[in-house]
Design a protein around this ligand. Structure first.
Ligand code: ADP
Ligand code: MG
Length: 389
C-alpha cells in the first residue's frame, strides 16, 4: 500500500526525520490559510497523489504569497495529474500539501528497501538527487551506492559514513545524517514498510538536512498489524479494478494487452502470461483466482476481466488441485451465460475431474474453445484475439 507525501512526512516527524513545516488542505481557502500560518513569504504547493515526478508535471509550485498559494491550490484540486509515473489518465488531486519553501544547497537521493538477492535491507544513496533515480542508475550507475545492513547487527555508524561520503557531507551534516538513517531504519521495521524513499533529501543553505519529499510503501501482508497505517489508505488513488479484486480476494493487476487471463496460482499466472507473449500476444491483466477458488470467485474474475473494454479474448488456465475441474467448469458456464459473453473464451483445464469438466464445457453449447495444453491454449487465444481463428 502507498500513502501520500503529507502522511509520510507525519510519520517522518514521529521518527525524528526533519521535514519542512506544512499543512494539508482540501480547498483553496484552507490552502491560503495554511500558507499564511507559515509566516514566511514563499511556500510550496504540492499536489497529493500516489505518484512521483509531480514537479515536472506542474504538481509542485512555488507561491510568493498566501493568495497565490490559494490560487495554485484551486488550479490543482479537482483535476487529474498526469506524470511520467502515472498512466495516461493520471491520478485525482483531492488534497494539496502546503509547506515552507527551502533554500536548497544540494539535493541527494536516499532510500531504504528490501534487497531480495542479498536478503537484507539496503540503503540506496546518490549525490545525484532530485532526479529520476532509474535514469541515474541507467546512465551513471557509479553515482549510486548501495549499503546493506546486517539484520542482526542493525544500523551502524559506518553505514552512515559510507553514505555521507557518497553525499560529500561535512562533519556537522554527518551527525544529522546518522539521525535520519536511524529514523528511516526504525520506521521501516516498526511499520513493516517495503520501501522508504526520500528524493530529494536536501542540505539547506544554512546547513540543515531536510527530507523535501517522502514516499513510503507498506507490505500489504502486514497491514493487519498496523491499523494506524491501514487507515491512511486512499482508495481514490488505487486502480478501481485492483481494489475491487482485493474485496474478492483475487490478485489482479491491470496490464496493457488484449487477452484477459484467468489463472489459479501466481506461478501458473506468470507462466501463462509468458506463453501468451511467446505466441505474439499481450496479456490484458495478471489474475490469480487463488488455489481454493469457487464458482462465485470465477464469476467475479470474469466480470473484472470483461470490465476492461480492450479485452478481445479470454484465456482460462486452471489446474484443478485443491479445487476440482468440474467446479471450475460450472463457474465458467455460469459466468459466460449470465454475462452474455460475446468474445471468445479459450479454456485449458488440467487435474482432478478434468474429463468431467471438459465434457461440461463442450456440451454447454456456449461455443467455448477447449485446449489440451497451455501451448495450444495460448496460441488459440492469441489468434482469436487478433480475429484470425
Ligand atoms: P516529485 O518527486 O513528485 O516531483 P518533489 O517533492 O520531489 O516532487 O518536488 C520536486 C522538486 O521541487 C524538488 O526536487 C525540489 O527541487 C522542489 N521542491 C519541492 N519541495 C520544495 C520546498 N519545500 N522548497 C523548495 N523546493 C522544493
Ligand atoms: Mg521527489
Amino acid at each position: 500500500m502507498n500513502i501520500h507525501e503529507y502522511q509520510a512526512k507525519q510519520l517522518f516527524t514521529d521518527f525524528s526525520i526533519p521535514v519542512p513545516r506544512g499543512a494539508v488542505a482540501a480547498n483553496a481557502a484552507e490552502a491560503q490559510d495554511a500558507a499564511r500560518q507559515l509566516a514566511g513569504s514563499t511556500c510550496v504547493v504540492k499536489a497529493q497523489i500516489h505518484a512521483g515526478a509531480r514537479g515536472k508535471a506542474g504538481g509542485v509550485k512555488l507561491a510568493r504569497s498566501p493568495e497565490q498559494a490559494g490560487q495554485f491550490a484551486a488550479d490543482m484540486l479537482g483535476t487529474r495529474l498526469v506524470t511520467h509515473q502515472t498512466d495516461a489518465a493520471g491520478l485525482p488531486v483531492n488534497s494539496v500539501w502546503i509547506e515552507e519553501a527551502s533554500a536548497i544547497k544540494s539535493e541527494f537521493y536516499l532510500s531504504l528497501l528490501l534487497d531480495r538477492e542479498s536478503e537484507r535491507l539496503i540503503f540506496v544513496a546518490s549525490a545525484a538527487g532530485g532526479m529520476d533515480i532509474e535514469a541515474v542508475a541507467a546512465q551513471t550507475p557509479e553515482k549510486i551506492v548501495k549499503v546493506p545492513v546486517h539484520p542482526a547487527a542493525g544500523l551502524q555508524p559506518y553505514h552512515g559514513r559510507q553514505i555521507g561520503a557518497a553525499f560529500g557531507l561535512g562533519k556537522e551534516q554527518q551527525g544529522q545524517l546518522q539521525t535520519i538513517l536511524e529514523g528511516i531504519y526504525r520506521l521501516f521495521l516498526a511499520k513493516d514498510c517495503s520501501q522508504i524513499e526520500i528524493n530529494p533529501l536536501i542540505e539547506t543553505a544554512d546547513g540543515r538536512l531536510v527530507a523535501l519529499d517522502a514516499k513510503i510503501n507498506f507490505d500489504d501482508n502486514a497491514l493487519a498489524l498496523h491499523p494506524d497505517i491501514a487507515a491512511m489508505r486512499d482508495a481514490s488513488q488505487e486502480d478501481a479494478k485492483e481494489a475491487e479484486a482485493k474485496q474478492f480476494d483475487l490478485n489482479y493487476v491491470t496490464l496493457g494487452g488484449n487477452i484477459g487471463c484467468m489463472v489459479n496460482g501466481a506461478g501458473l499466472a506468470m507462466a501463462t502470461m509468458d506463453m501468451v507473449k511467446l505466441k505474439g500476444g499481450a496479456p490484458a491483466n495478471f489474475l490469480d483466482v487463488g488455489g481454493g477458488t469457487n464458482k462465485d470467485k470465477v464469476k467475479e474474475a470474469f466480470k473484472l476481466i470483461l470490465s476492461d473494454g480492450t479485452v478481445k479474448a479470454v484465456l482460462v488456465n486452471i489446474f484443478g488441485g485443491i479445487v476440482k475441474c468440474d467446479v471450475i467448469a460450472a463457474g465458467i458456464l455460469a459466468a459466460v451465460e449470465e454475462m452474455h459473453l460475446t468474445i471468445p473464451v479459450v479454456v485449458r483445464l488440467e487435474g482432478t475431474n478434468v474429463e468431467q469438466g471438459k465434457t461440461m464445457l463442450s456440451q454447454s453449447g456456449l461455443g467455448l474453445a477447449t485446449a489440451d495444453d497451455l501451448n495450444q491454449a495460448a496460441e488459440l487465444a492469441v489468434k482469436l484475439a487478433e480475429g484470425v481463428a
